[in-house]
Design a protein around this ligand. Sequence first.
Ligand SMILES: Nc1ncnc2c1ncn2[C@@H]1O[C@H](COP(=O)(O)OP(=O)(O)OP(=O)(O)O)[C@@H](O)[C@H]1O
Length: 298
Amino acid sequence: MTDDIAIRVDGLTHRYGRRVIHHNLSFDVHRGGIFGLLGKNGVGKTTLIKLLMGFLRPSAGRCSVLGAPSHALPPDTRRRIGLVFEGHLAYEFMTIRQTERFFSGFYPAWRGDVFHDLIERLGLSPDHRIGRMSEGQRSQVVLAVVMAQDPELLILDDYTMGLDAGYRRLFLDYLVHYARQGGKTVLVTSHVVQDMERLVDEVIFLRRGGEVLATSLSAFMGDFRHYRLPPTPGAPPPAADGVLHNVEAAPDGTLMVYAFHGPERVAQALGAQGQRVAGLTACPMSLEDAFVGYTGTY
Ligand SMILES: Nc1ncnc2c1ncn2[C@@H]1O[C@H](COP(=O)(O)OP(=O)(O)OP(=O)(O)O)[C@@H](O)[C@H]1O
């Protein structure tokens, strides 16, 4: 493994019983960027993080994190990884002060300034118990604990739990600042796709059936296109093919066409399926539109 790779996933297959969640998945996460792991509910994002951290063993293939194999991550490597996983890291019986005392002992590079800066915004006494906090306040404590570890690799699985929009924005700014310090890597999953658009450099899309697309956000947003087309009376709805990535009908019947191709290729493919293409129009997209177009509405 080369030094500039923070995470390597190589031919990874994972099954729960007979159900295949990941099939022959391969991608690299390079150091020094913010990577968004995106996919619908149940596609396997948390499972992938469990595999990376060695909490699960894959059915086949390998993955490694910071140069060490996931199934045998040494404690020293684990200490260099900040993990927010299912939101729970804080012990309910502890106060804020005790939480800091407890966690700071494990991390030689503990950043008390970062912890206090983030915690101050809660406006709670240091003697406030975690168990007596709202869900969003608890998430803020968890994020402060993880950021204060000053990890080399930060893995955030759905960190937005219960956070209000203001704190989410503040935390995103923190994350960007953290990632730009050099050599820091962030892998983040979130269902708030519009946040990802402001945050990530690279996207990794997981789709059901094990397909993966790992690319830069700018390449994806540049290459993936959205078109609208009024339906052709009497013609069956067009199906996805080698050119048309996804075709869906809006409630008024308008065809929503998604493709990695320009209008000529798309018109040709639609025409070959019996559509009248005179009304084909390209539409601008946000990352959320592109996410839905790429992964499909249900
Ligand atoms: N321990 C388990 N045993 C069997 N099936 C499981 C287990 N854990 C998860 N699954 C199934 O594996 C699939 C992937 O789950 P996972 O939690 O990785 O999805 P996810 O992409 O993180 O979803 P979400 O966006 O909803 O958080 C789901 O269909 C889930 O039902």
